[in-house]
Ligand binder design. Sequence first.
Ligand code: 1VU
Length: 316
Amino acid sequence: MSDVKEQQEEEEEKDLRSVLVTSVLTLEKIDQGLYRGSHPWVPRSNTLFGGQIVGQALVAAGLTVGKGLHAHSLHCYFVRPGDPRVPVLYQVDLVRDGRSFSVRSVRAVQHGLAIFVCQASFQLDQPSPMEHQCCMPEAPLPESLLTWAELIDKAMRDPLLSERHRLGLSKILAKDVPIEIRPVLPIDYVPGTPLEPRQLFWVRAKGHIGEGDMNMHRCVAAYISDYSFVRTAWHPHVRMPMRSMASLDHSLWFHAPFRADEWMLYECESPWAGSSRGLVLGRLWRRDGTLAVSCAQEGVFRLRQKTPGAVPASKL
Ligand SMILES: CCC(=O)SCCNC(=O)CCNC(=O)[C@H](O)C(C)(C)COP(=O)(O)OP(=O)(O)OC[C@H]1O[C@@H](n2cnc3c(N)ncnc32)[C@H](O)[C@@H]1OP(=O)(O)O
């Protein structure tokens, strides 16, 4: 094969590779247990996306464990908003290496201050006949559903949509998020329409990740799992004037191998909100019905002004 053709093929392959792997979750090694991460995509809030910090922290922790160990859980706190103008440093503390488990503590730092702390645990593969799992909810196949972008495009063609909402939707469409979403339940594309505190959507990384490293699929899932997750708790309360919402913590448990570049069903439910906080629980399902990841997150929701007591979701 000619050099030009080989180079062309390499370039095409690079284009098809998920940007999550080629840039977002590629860290620069500064020193032993010290890594630097950059941010190719920044949300409209102009603070760093929580999922990116979780994913990068898990990459950093994973770079310090032995071969054959896979992340099985992590527990994180977001303690300061991330600054998109400077990179994030990840300092990994090798807490313990046992025969089966290795535990790491990661501190993400900007301007000399912690913006995020996390504990992650890794385990050697240890199959066991003690197995059970709950059932995947029924959902139409992703191929039969419209993408988030197509749904928004359809909503924008509604002549009754106000200009303000149309502008909001065009901003959502312009976001170049490195993940693909196909909602199963109705989405809140008309702002101000209260919904059940539930979301169900198919999700996968844009581009190819490949068989390769199982830990990388987990880091990508960590990134994906924070996308739109905390909003689930806000769904019934969208008529309240919100000043800010941010995720406070994030926990993940990895149960079974999966590919984050293949469709997974994300089931999100908020069982509770109160005291300016909302709890969201989630499950990422492989399309064959295997429970791949369990997720939990609490967010802080600050209202613009004092409002009468929250309306229970059941009354909306
Ligand atoms: C899609 C979801 C995501 O990915 S969100 C991204 C990931 N999460 C984050 O970036 C959150 C990072 N963490 C934080 O910012 C802090 O820990 C938060 C959650 C804000 C809690 O901080 P807190 O202890 O209140 O800190 P602080 O005193 O510095 O205040 C921060 C801003 O909140 C305000 N605040 C504080 N208390 C109240 C209150 N009782 N009522 C109303 N507002 C309050 C402060 O005034 C301050 O506001 P401002 O930033 O100055 O505008």
